[in-house]
Design a protein around this ligand. Structure first.
Ligand code: HAM
Length: 428
């Protein structure tokens, strides 16, 4: 025997039946809400041309994903997110697609990042996107779906919060303090890391993005705004700048008003520090956090006005989010909201000696009645078979070929009550 032992690669997980049950529970709840909201499911390849990601995020993205050259010398990458695939698929269909598109998917994703609590190298992520409208109702739809989904898992406004901001607002402010357009992506990326890296590293990142100390101070000051009104007070008088500010503020006002009218006020926080690391967002952005702020983001998303066009399609606005399975599971577990699952078998067939054709025929007939049936493949002593029946959580046992059963009847034992009866096939 070889003395080699193998482990899962760093940042990946095995899903034994216990874990699969939990995963099915998450996926079923996700899917249920998506279908209730009229979203249709889609899926793409698990690897794409590397260019698709570089086009969207710039060359530095290569360090954060798994890329490889295949035997045909093509540069490919395992998908770190599905949004570029979605954009490619929508672009490919062209004008034949009825808009707006409301699509969802639960892809398995791969990111070459430091494996840590809440962040793995392989994970699943629910995605819901609405493409082909710039109306704020799309944001309302998605945020409502998130809240319904989280509530569906048993979470309340005491457990999680939806932090909302706007890239448009931030961009307007960066214009005001004269940050050049080409420096903005680096500033967004620095702002996204602000809480994680600490003040010194943050200032260094801003410096690397080309900001001078005065601009850094202005930015710090802007980030002290805790309400939309305090942002409003900083509204500039210059006519040219006003429009973008006003537009962004009006959108946020409408979004908050609408969600409050729906009774969701308790879940919402206006929070300028939500910037989002990904480059393509242009409008409302949001993230879901556990209320105590102890965990990484459960979900994140926002509006992207230019992604489809940048990937060679028509000019079309979209909005969407991703919710990962890892932090969601941690959160549910910390609140004791993961149910105890039992995959119950309806009948376990016990045979006297070897497994036999009589038992197999009975199993077939019961399965055609939509009943779950298991048996001891390897036969064996009755006691051993009964303990297997308990292990697979069977509700009842049938003793196939029991001599005490009258003709045309089966000896059936209820494993919960211990009651033993004789039943005709029709009564099973
Ligand atoms: P994201 O913020 O990169 O957005 O990811 C969204 C969520 O996926 C995170 O909040 C987290 O729950 C989960 N997630 C991300 N990285 C990891 C990881 N390494 N391990 C475990 N979970 C992770 C996006 O991916 C956007 N494409 C979402 C989107 C869809 N925007 C518009 N449409």
């Amino acid at each position: 025997m070889s003395n080699k032992s193998f482990q899962t690669p760093k940042g990946t997980r095995d899903f034994y039946p216990e874990e699969m049950r939990v995963q099915n529970f998450l996926f079923e709840n996700w899917k249920r809400i998506c279908l209730l909201f009229g979203f249709e499911e889609y899926e793409g390849p698990t690897f794409e041309s590397l260019d698709l990601y570089i086009e969207k995020s710039g060359a530095e993205i290569v360090g954060q994903l798994y890329n490889f050259r295949d035997k045909g010398d093509r540069e490919l990458a395992l998908r770190p997110e599905i949004t570029p695939t979605l954009a490619r698929m929508v672009n490919q269909k062209g004008p034949s697609l009825k808009l707006p598109v409301k699509w969802f998917s639960i892809p398995r994703l791969y990111r070459y990042e430091k494996a840590q609590k809440g962040r793995l190298r392989e994970f699943f992520q629910l995605n819901m996107d609405i493409v082909g409208t710039d109306k704020i109702w799309a944001e309302v739809d998605l945020l409502t779906a998130i809240i319904e989904m989280m509530q569906g898992f048993g979470l309340t406004s005491e457990d999680f919060t939806l932090k909302i901001s706007s890239r448009k607002l931030l961009s307007a402010y960066l214009d005001r303090i004269q940050v050049p357009a080409q420096a903005k992506p680096a500033v967004y990326s620095a702002l996204d890391k602000r809480a994680k890296v600490g003040p010194e590293a943050f200032q260094r990142l801003l410096g690397e993005a080309g900001l001078v100390p005065e601009q850094c101070r202005d930015l710090e000051d802007f980030f002290t705004c805790r309400t939309l009104d305090s942002v409003r007070e900083r509204l500039p008088d210059a006519a040219g700048e006003e429009l973008a500010w006003k537009e962004a503020l009006a959108e946020l006002d409408e979004l908050f008003l609408c969600l409050r009218n729906l009774g969701f006020g308790g879940f919402l926080d206006f929070d300028l520090s939500v910037v989002r690391g990904l480059a393509y967002y242009t409008g409302v952005v949001f993230e879901v956090y556990d209320r105590k702020g102890e965990m990484r983001a459960v979900a994140g998303g926002g509006r992207y006005d230019n992604l489809l066009e940048n990937l060679g399609g028509r000019s079309m606005s979209g909005v969407g989010f991703g919710m990962g399975d890892v932090v969601l599971y941690d959160l549910l577990r910390s609140k004791n909201l993961v149910p105890a699952f039992s995959d119950r078998v309806d009948y376990f067939l016990v045979t006297f000696g070897e497994m036999n054709c009589e038992a197999l025929l009975l199993a077939q007939a019961l399965r055609h009645k939509d009943l779950r049936v298991a048996y001891a493949i390897a036969g064996g002593k009755i006691k051993k078979q009964l303990s297997q029946a308990h292990e697979c959580n069977a509700a009842k046992v049938i003793f196939v070929g029991s001599e005490s059963a009258p003709p045309g009847r089966f000896e059936v034992k209820d494993l919960t009550s211990g009651e033993q009866v004789f039943r005709a096939f029709e009564e099973l």
